[in-house]
Design a protein around this ligand. Structure first.
Ligand code: URA
Length: 250
């Protein structure tokens, strides 16, 4: 059986972005940190990092933030950037302020363009992040695209061919699956994550993407009740769904 990891209280809370270790010592000494209802007066107390700690440890009257190993889905709105440092609104601004000070930091799993909306995963778990984006895992990403011009009929074959070469690249794209929804609307399912991939694929087919929205990653779909700008924590069932065979080929 693996041993439950432990952490000093001050290190745990400082890494979750609550305050400096010194400030946490003061909070503890003044009885602001409770475990199972009883104050922990010493900030050097070692705490077992069990998942139920989030309900048992209370800081300044509030339940503890998610322990490291958190994973989220965000319904990314248009106009926000997947970057820690660019100017303008960032996806990280949509999380609670304290979460932006966490170490390990929460990062996006791949990126969506500023003008792409939809399902964006975020995590502080580097191994999980790499499992999702690894080409070996073959996790499918489904995008709904609205096009500037009507489809001409050859696009599905071109995208499925495995020979389409994007400008400036040396390796052809892996086969991708196009589902046509209407004359200027389609779902494109890809397994790679190349720069501006979907927009560049339609550009290679002589079209232009006017609106782009990611609907799902693997078997995990953006829920209809998650409004733009809102996020939700992922549980084990959601994580398993990402890697579940979606059965839609491509
Ligand atoms: N392909 C794009 O062109 N943009 C995205 O944001 C994602 C995939």
């Amino acid at each position: 059986m693996t041993k439950t990891p432990t952490s000093r209280l001050d290190k745990l809370l400082a890494n979750l972005g609550y305050a400096s270790r010194r400030e946490i010592q003061m909070l503890a000494r003044n009885g602001h940190i409770l475990l199972d209802g009883a104050p922990i007066l010493r900030a050097d107390t070692r705490i077992a990092l069990r998942p139920d700690l989030e309900t048992r440890l209370v800081v300044d009257g509030e339940a503890l933030d998610p322990l490291p190993g958190v994973a989220l889905m965000l319904n990314k709105p248009l106009g926000v950037t997947c970057s820690h440092k660019e100017a303008g609104p960032l996806v990280y601004d949509l999380l609670p302020t304290r979460w932006r000070r966490r170490d390990p930091a929460i990062s996006t799993v791949g990126r969506l363009d500023k003008e792409t909306s939809g399902l964006l995963l975020m995590t502080d778990d580097g191994a999980l992040l790499h499992r999702i984006i690894s080409p070996k895992r073959h996790v499918a990403k489904r995008y709904r695209a609205r096009l500037a011009r009507p489809l001409t009929g050859g696009e599905a074959e071109l995208f499925a061919s495995g020979t389409l070469m994007l400008e400036g690249e040396e390796k052809p794209l892996a086969p991708a699956r196009l589902e046509i929804l209407g004359p200027q609307e389609a779902i494109l399912q890809v397994h790679e994550g190349r720069y501006h991939q979907v927009r560049r694929m339609f550009a290679a087919a002589g079209n232009h993407v006017e609106a782009l929205h990611r609907e799902s990653i693997g078997g995990l779909a953006l829920p209809a009740d998650l409004p733009p700008g809102a996020f939700r924590r992922l549980g084990d069932i959601d994580l398993a769904a990402i890697f579940a065979e979606t059965g839609s080929g491509g």
